[in-house]
Design a protein around this ligand. Structure first.
Ligand code: SAM
Length: 276
């Protein structure tokens, strides 16, 4: 996949232009999203058309034209080729999801992390997914485990799609979609969860008190953060950061790099067992 785009552009772009093409792109159902460097923007249409031609399943090629931003963590997209349709179906680990790549946050690059968490959960758990989006983590868990999962999100469109996705998948567990600010909702869910997920790495620190409030003593918080560090120090730096900001006795069960998000910049997951 990584050489695919560059190879497809041989004889279409100059070789110095090909050097500046980002190798990776995201394919979500029949939608492809690429990023293009500033100095190649005048070639964006041809790049889009080549991708549309070479990727059999693709119906729409978009360029990500802004960073992921705002409370809803969405991005601006510009159509390069194909049809202008941002809703599609995406499959992951036997589950089906309706996704709108323009109006809600979505990343296929979190699939390994989603599977890791779904493997960790046990039947009978109550789970709070504070930033649950369209229900990716929640549905993957409920597919396998008889859990109760509160899937909270502030974006009404994410909750609409979550409700649609619940109908698309046969699950043994129960997912409860709730639209609102996680910190307000948790005020009604004190000491409720055995496991709390907080996948909003940019703002985890300001929601940690709410996560602690919602989690039972001896429960687990899945805390995510972004850390500037060398790859070999990134986990250690993130754990140090967690201990600097948490006000509660915690033991770290596990920590891992979820993905690189830039040069010397990593998203880290920390599984913390908390004692109240
Ligand atoms: N867990 C989901 C996934 O993996 O697809 C989505 C994670 S996304 C990084 C963060 C989500 O948090 C977005 O869907 C956004 O709308 C939601 N969000 C942001 N602020 C929030 C808040 N205060 N309360 C609840 N949800 C919030």
């Amino acid at each position: 996949m990584t050489r695919f785009l560059k190879k497809s552009l041989v004889n279409i772009l100059q070789s110095y232009e090909i050097d500046n093409v980002f190798s990776s792109f995201d394919q979500i159902g029949d939608i492809v999203i690429i990023r293009i460097q500033e100095d190649l923007l005048h070639r964006k249409k041809i790049i889009g058309e080549v991708l549309l031609d070479k990727i059999k399943k693709a119906k729409s090629i978009y360029r990500q034209s802004s960073v992921v931003k705002g409370d809803f963590r969405t991005r601006e997209l510009e159509l390069l080729a194909g049809i202008d349709k941002t809703e599609t179906e995406y499959k992951e680990y036997g589950c089906r999801f309706n996704v709108d790549v323009k109006t809600v946050f979505f990343s296929p690059r979190l699939s390994t992390e989603r599977n890791r968490i779904s493997e960790l959960t046990e039947n009978g758990e109550n789970i709070i997914n504070m930033f649950g989006g369209i229900g990716m983590f929640s549905i993957l868990i409920a597919k396998k485990k008889k859990c109760n999962i509160y899937n909270i999100d502030i974006n009404p469109e994410a909750i609409r799609l979550c409700k649609k996705n619940l109908k698309l998948n046969k699950m043994v567990g129960n997912v409860i979609p709730i639209c609102g600010d996680a910190s307000d909702i948790i005020n009604e869910l004190h000491d409720m969860s055995d496991r709390t997920l907080m996948l909003l790495p940019e703002r985890s620190d300001s929601f940690l008190d709410s996560a602690i409030l919602g989690t039972k003593s001896n429960g687990v918080i899945h805390y995510y953060c972004h850390i500037h560090a060398n790859k070999k120090n990134a986990i250690e730096c993130a754990v140090k950061h967690y201990f600097n900001i948490t006000k509660i006795k915690s033991s770290i069960l596990h920590a891992n790099i979820v993905r690189a998000i830039g040069p010397r910049y990593y998203q880290i997951a920390i599984d913390a067992n908390i004692i109240k």
